[in-house]
Design a protein around this ligand. Structure first.
Ligand code: ATP
Ligand code: MG
Length: 212
């Protein structure tokens, strides 16, 4: 049995065509089904539906053989025990630093001010500001980062941005790119060795679908 870990929403939707290229069709839709283990047209392949940030953990421990996870999530997880053979070029967005429209980020940085930064991506933010030599106090949040600068919790946020509409609607502006984000295929390293006959053709089909 091959188990593939996916999260609901954009990752599931954008992975379906890649699965199709490998001859795999889910038999249920996670948006309407309450099942967490979904069968596919192939008796030897099943999907498990987990929180986006839990995908690396399921794969790391071998509870899933493969999975699809955002680079944001993988950077926070650290990638231990994971083979990352392929950028799937799906769920693309950017990790950005954003502040209130009336906050002068460049001059705060120039003056060497200590910035308060609220984010769900603490590891990523720490690495980003350390590389720039900017001193920060990081405040861990689990959602709605955009609120933090508006109510004085922080000077800045580090968050994913795609259209920028949420920032705009909340009088925030993006001031710096932390990195480009897309989702990657992750594979349990032991599973790849033990089940290579089943897994390698899937990797090849995904790679071909991505690069076509
Ligand atoms: P949860 O919603 O359960 O808190 P999440 O926000 O990480 O978790 P999703 O919204 O499904 O889950 O996002 C999954 C992945 O898609 C993220 O890890 C990121 O890589 C990518 N992503 C997030 N927001 C966007 C966006 N606006 N546009 C494109 N890709 C995005
Ligand atoms: Mg989300």
């Amino acid at each position: 049995m091959i188990t593939i870990a996916l999260s609901k929403g954009r990752i599931f939707e954008e992975t379906v065509p890649l699965l199709a290229a490998a001859g795999i069709t889910p038999l249920e839709d996670p948006e309407s089904s309450r099942k967490l283990i979904l069968p596919t047209n192939r008796a030897d392949v099943r999907l498990i539906i987990v929180r986006a940030s839990d995908v690396p953990t399921y794969v790391q421990y071998g509870a899933a053989d493969l999975g699809v996870a955002g680079k944001d999530v993988l950077n926070e997880h650290g990638g231990t025990g994971l083979y990352q053979p392929l950028d799937l070029k799906i769920a693309c967005c950017r990790m950005m630093v954003a502040v209130r429209n009336d906050f002068d980020y460049d001059s705060a940085v120039r003056q060497g001010a200590r910035l308060r930064v609220a984010t769900k991506y603490v590891q990523t933010a720490r690495e980003h500001f350390a590389a720039k030599g900017v001193h920060v106090d990081l405040i861990k949040l689990y959602g709605s980062m955009e609120l933090a600068p508006l109510v004085g919790l922080s000077d800045a946020i580090v968050d994913l941005v795609s259209s920028g509409n949420t920032l705009k609607a909340n009088n925030l502006k993006a001031v710096e790119e932390v990195g480009q984000i897309s989702s990657r295929l992750v594979v349990n390293q032991a599973a790849l060795k033990l089940k290579r006959e089943a897994i390698q053709p899937m990797l090849d089909a995904f790679a071909q679908a991505v690069h076509k």
